[in-house]
Design a protein around this ligand. Structure first.
Ligand SMILES: [Zn+2]
Length: 169
């Protein structure tokens, strides 16, 4: 992920701070806003629509109170932020690790505790590693390396994200 997409995250946050809501409909990003966005901001977002899509797709799941309730699907990170001018509840949360806020900007922060689901994922890894080691006759290190690849594939994560999830970082 290049430096450019970090700036796009800031553009998205700026639009959100102005009341815009982003969502994905099919293969497009949909923006709704109570009042029109400044033309320059809107055009900048349009020019970087692929990056915007990636950012919107990585927005965390929210609980009934509108706070993040699951780890980042892209990196497994548990810390999220949103523009400080927005209420803490509701959409607008972004992953600190994938799309950090503008340095010095005012923002809310929310961290998500480890959930049962994360434990299930780790169990999946442990089980796979044990099978490979005992039934497959592999060394522990080799079994863990292969189990990580399998687990990441099953969960649709990158290897790095899978590793972080399993390490519980
Ligand atoms: Zn992330």
């Amino acid at each position: 992920m290049g430096r450019g997409s970090v700036n796009v995250a800031h553009l998205v946050a700026e639009a959100e701070a102005r009341g815009a809501m982003f969502s994905i409909r099919g293969d497009r990003v949909h923006v709704s806003a109570s009042k029109p966005l400044p033309v320059k901001l809107f055009e900048a977002l349009k020019r970087r629509r692929d990056d915007v899509m990636e950012i919107v797709a990585a927005m965390p799941l929210l609980d009934a109170e509108g706070l993040p309730c699951a780890a980042c699907i892209a990196c497994g990170g548990r810390l999220f932020w949103k523009a400080g001018s927005l209420p803490p509840e509701g959409p607008g949360w972004h992953c600190f690790r994938c799309h950090p806020p503008k340095p010095g900007s005012w923002h809310h922060a929310c961290s998500v505790p480890v959930t049962d689901e994360d434990e299930l994922r780790r169990d999946l890894f442990e089980e796979r590693a044990a099978i490979l080691e005992h039934d497959g006759g592999l060394s522990r290190a080799r079994a863990e390396a292969l189990a990580l690849e399998d687990t990441a594939r099953i969960l649709g994560l990158s290897l790095d994200a899978g590793r972080r999830l399993i390490d519980g970082v």
